[in-house]
Design a protein around this ligand. Structure first.
Ligand code: HPA
Length: 266
């Protein structure tokens, strides 16, 4: 892994001018969040040695370097889901790449289903904790001591100071626990009922492996989730990816505002 990572880094560093301090992972249909990046340098995943290449609909695979809210950022447009067949180690590789590039903080966005009935489609929710129902861990296998300990603490996976600053500007922002499933099938109504009992407010198919890898190597995280639909069984209608993309598209301006402010307050 070390040699691959070095080749990946050499290639990316040869293309960029500034060290990115903040990474931005853009979820399903949320790629527009990269639109406001200034002085963009784009690198397609497929060009980068050893970098994975995403296939999900609504996901375009590239790294976008530049300035957003005055911060040097790198946005990952297109993420790597376990349901695509990626092994969790691939996600670790991507996060370690960010770490080696100089990233200290990670702003993760995703689309999710609302389990909490007080949430509404289109709500942007600040994720305060997660439940790993994917039963996969990106840190499985030999530990990369250089990045972090064998048994990393996960009791505070989110940067409370960062969240506090964001909440100052958005005092009414909802907060919730995100439960990650493998997908790609959506959940059954019985699963959603069970997840509610576990304490989950949101359900989605991403984010948790990224957070685990990021916390392992000391990157501070903030997760903003767009509840694109009520989870299975809450409403009469079936779930669809088209609806997820439609709602993500509708909340564009509100979501952008929160993301820009979240970077500004750093
Ligand atoms: N379930 C899982 N993942 C999702 C959902 C959902 O209801 N909505 C958006 N991503």
């Amino acid at each position: 892994m070390k040699e691959k990572l070095e080749k990946t880094l050499d290639f990316i560093k040869s293309k960029i001018t500034d060290v990115p301090k903040v990474g931005l992972i853009l979820g399903s249909g949320l790629g527009f969040l990269a639109d406001n990046i200034e002085n963009k340098i784009e690198i397609k995943y497929e060009e980068i040695p050893y970098f994975p290449n995403s296939t999900a609909p609504g996901h375009e695979g590239k790294l976008i370097f530049g300035k957003l809210s005055g911060k040097n950022v790198v946005a990952l447009k297109g993420r790597f889901h376990l349901y695509e067949g990626w092994s969790p180690e691939v996600i670790k590789f991507v996060i370690y790449t960010l770490k080696m590039l100089g990233v200290e903080r990670l702003l993760i966005t995703n689309a999710s289903g609302a389990i909490n009935k007080t949430f509404n489609p289109g709500d942007i929710v600040l994720v305060k904790d997660v439940i790993n129902f994917q039963f996969r861990n990106p840190l499985r296998g030999p530990n990369e001591e250089k990045f972090g300990p064998r048994f990393p603490d996960m009791s505070k996976i989110f940067d409370e100071h960062w969240a506090k600053k964001v909440k100052k500007f958005f005092p009414d922002i909802k907060e919730g626990v995100y439960l990650a499933v493998l997908g790609p099938s959506y959940e059954t109504p019985a699963e959603i009922k069970a997840f509610r009992k576990f304490g989950a407010d949101l359900v989605g198919m991403s984010t948790v492996p990224e957070i685990i890898a990021a916390r392992h190597c000391g990157i501070n995280c903030l997760v903003l989730s767009c509840a694109t639909n009520m989870a299975a069984g809450i409403l009469e209608k079936p779930l669809s990816h088209v609806e997820v993309l439609e709602i993500a598209n509708k909340v564009k301006s509100g979501f952008s505002k929160i993301v820009l402010k979240s970077l500004e307050v750093l």
